[in-house]
Design a binder for this molecule. Structure first.
Ligand code: IPE
Ligand code: IPE
Ligand code: MG
Length: 249
């Protein structure tokens, strides 16, 4: 995260700092189409997608947004051709290794959420190292959802809670929303205020099913590798124009 003068380096003046989302979540979709539209193989889109994510992380940091969560691989994405899955796993590992030093220096706190034990061993090692090395950082909280599925997350939370009940550590009538949240992968991270999905798809695809209960949703036709500061600015303008009622009048 070297300081480089970029367009929209500072928070655009038409955005109100006090109304910024504290936590932005993104479904990074459209890498394959981005590449296909250029006659390139899908993997080029994935490579460019990692640049877009780095840029968004830097932008959130520049503009004073405290938490960013990115969905980069779902529990359903194992169903893709083996070469694509293998490419993605290798890409995640390489990018993580390349970027870790800068994230440590820039005070980023990185966390991976999902069923991490099913990832290749070498990627798991890189993930553990990155979380350990940035654990005490107090800058932006960057959460990467890898082999993540909202339903799988809810089921594993139920299992963990049932275990405690079985051991007598918890009574069934003590289970409330707060208990449940403490057993999700995202424990300790506030719910996203704004959920962005690129590439025009209007679905959650199993992302943060519990946590997005009251997120404002912003969908853009822009494909993920093209999602830049201007696009993010548009999303934030839309967000700041909303009235969040939370069921009230
Ligand atoms: C998102 O882009 C990246 C992953 C799901 C890993 P896609 O690969 O889904 O791109 P499209 O949707 O096929 O264009
Ligand atoms: C959602 O994108 C998952 C990620 C971006 C990681 P997909 O491309 O897998 O979603 P669907 O298949 O269009 O629902
Ligand atoms: Mg897709």
């Amino acid at each position: 995260m070297k300081v480089q003068k970029t367009e929209l380096q500072d928070l655009p003046t038409d955005l109100k700092r006090e109304l910024l989302p504290q936590h932005v979540a993104v479904i990074c979709d459209g890498n394959g189409r981005w590449a296909q539209h250029r006659g390139l193989p899908r993997f080029v889109g994935h490579q460019r997608g990692t640049d877009a994510l780095k840029n968004l992380l830097r932008c959130c940091d520049d503009w004073g947004i405290g938490a960013l969560t990115a969905y980069v691989f779902s529990t359903e994405n194992w169903g893709r051709p083996q070469e694509e899955v293998d490419f993605l796993m290798t890409l995640f590992q390489r990018v993580l290794r390349q970027e870790l030093r800068e994230m440590v220096e820039e005070n980023v706190q990185i966390k991976f959420v999902g069923n991490l034990s099913a990832l290749p061993r070498s990627l798991q090692d890189e993930i553990s190292r990155s979380m350990a090395e940035t654990r005490n950082n107090r800058g932006i909280r960057f959460t990467v959802a890898t082999n993540y599925g909202g339903r799988q997350e809810i089921v594993q939370a139920c299992r963990a809670i049932s275990d405690k009940v079985q051991q007598g550590l918890l009574q069934p009538d003590e289970i409330d929303e707060a208990t449940f949240e403490r057993h999700l992968y995202t424990a300790g991270i506030c719910d996203p205020d704004l959920l962005i999905r690129t590439s025009g798809e209007m679905r959650l695809s199993n992302f943060l099913l519990w946590q997005t209960a009251y997120a404002e949703i912003y969908i853009t036709e822009t494909l993920w590798p093209d999602f830049d500061r201007r696009e993010f600015h548009r999303a934030l303008c839309s967000y700041q124009g909303r009235e969040r009622r939370f069921g009230k009048v």
